[in-house]
Design a protein around this ligand. Structure first.
Ligand code: DSN
Length: 422
């Protein structure tokens, strides 16, 4: 067991934390993790994340650090950079951002001045806080306009993107989403950016693993800057990276350090290198294709069970399910599913009359269950559990008995990186 030695030390020295970690391992084993942005990192990624490189200060970049003793962390960071560039066919990689938000902040700082105009996707139709929400630094520092999806098709309205871009004249157009189940046409975004004199930034955090696996079109070479997290479909450690064309390399690097961050997390950078290496292997393509096949299978089964799937289906790792037909809110659906051991998040649907804290839908993703080895037949079981829990939303006893069945079912699948060595 990977955790054997480390956990025995922790169990003795800090039993409270050891117990909390063990309990979360149990939760991850017994529940169905269907949060679209979560995944299971491999044993190798976990080992690197927990390694001694956490002890090292390495402000700067490989070969030009502000501290001595960086030879070995330089090896790790160079490997992460090289593997990341190869994986995404990018000219330059910065692997230091601690999170998706700091990656987006650094990307903006690299090319914008405060007050500059940016066009991004509406948060309530699938965007992200850092794409211009007024409660986020992005909406406070820059002047944002936003585009959304068509009311009928629930697909990105590229005509609207072009219309707004022509009028608003943003310095950057941001493409990328956290709750959009369809292919994003980066080539189309590029031509709109080109026509209106904007730069194109792509936030590929959710779909990076699908792009790496060749099952979603790549933002390269269409975008000027591409940001990503490393822990979602990519299955790496919690963190982020920025890729860009060579011409922007200097601006991006100095935006990350020293502008936004100080010392990089070298243990996490080592783990990013491991994850990029894993994603370069041929079997990652099979994994990425299975994520999408599972999401499509889940959408079809839930639709056959009477639920409305936003946009009629999915092309990627997630589905948005409208709970209105069941007369449940997104919050009620999330609660019922959680009680049954099925973990999703409530989510607004396009043109949602309800606020985000209540919402009318749930977002369901397949990356984590795919990492546990689930395929078609298991996804049918998952859909049956979901439908049963939603129909029993106000019956706690029934939800409790579904929870027991879910735990028995889920426990048959190893938790990657913990109960196996995968
Ligand atoms: N919080 C992430 C998600 O769940 O989509 C985005 O940062």
């Amino acid at each position: 067991m990977r955790e054997g030695r480390a956990m025995s030390v922790l169990t003795t020295r800090d039993p409270e934390i050891a117990a909390a970690i063990a309990a979360d391992e149990g939760r991850q084993r017994e529940e169905l993790v269907l949060i679209a942005s979560e995944n299971y990192a491999s044993a190798a990624v976990l080992e690197a994340t927990g390694c001694v490189m956490t002890n090292k200060y390495a402000e700067g970049y490989p070969g030009r650090r502000y501290y001595a003793g960086c030879d070995h962390v330089d090896v790790a960071e160079r490997l992460a950079q090289e593997r990341g560039k190869k994986l995404f066919n990018a000219e330059h990689a910065n692997v230091q951002p601690h999170s998706g938000s700091t990656a987006n902040m650094a990307a903006y700082f690299a090319v914008l001045k405060p007050g500059d105009r940016v066009l991004g996707m509406r948060l309530d139709q699938g965007g992200h806080l850092t794409h211009g929400s007024p409660v986020n630094f992005s909406g406070k520092l820059y002047e944002f306009a936003s585009y959304g999806v068509d009311r009928e098709t629930e697909l990105i309205d590229y005509g609207e993107v072009a219309r707004i871009a022509r009028e608003f004249k943003p310095k950057i157009i941001v493409a990328g989403a956290t709750a959009y189940p369809r292919v994003i046409d980066f080539q189309r975004f590029e031509s709109i950016a080109h026509e209106t004199g904007a730069l194109l930034m792509v936030d590929m955090a959710h779909i990076a693993g699908l792009i790496a696996g060749g099952v979603h079109p790549s933002p390269f070479p269409h975008a000027n800057i591409v940001t990503t997290t490393t822990h979602k479909t990519l299955r790496g450690p919690r963190g982020a990276a920025i890729f860009c064309r060579s011409g922007l390399a200097k601006a991006v690097d100095s935006a990350v350090f020293p502008n936004v961050q100080g010392g990089p997390l070298m243990h996490v950078i080592a783990a990013k290198a491991v994850a990029f290496g894993e994603a370069l292997k041929p079997e990652f393509k099979t994994y990425a294709a299975q994520i999408v096949e599972n999401a499509r299978g889940l959408a079809a089964a839930l639709s056959a069970g009477g639920l409305r799937i936003v946009s009629g289906g999915t092309d990627n790792h997630l589905i948005l399910v409208d709970m209105t037909l069941l007369t449940l809110t997104g919050q009620q659906a999330e609660d019922a599913l959680r009680t049954a051991g099925i973990i999703v998040n409530k989510n607004t649907i396009p043109y949602d009359p309800r606020p985000p804290r209540v919402a009318s839908g749930v977002r369901i993703g397949t990356p984590a269950v795919t990492s546990r080895g689930m395929k078609g037949p298991e996804i049918s079981r998952v859909a049956k559990f979901i439908l049963a829990a939603l129909r029993a939303a106000d019956k706690r006893d029934e939800l409790g008995s579904i929870r027991a069945r879910v735990a028995k079912f889920a426990s048959q699948f190893p938790v990657p990186g913990v109960s196996d060595r995968g």
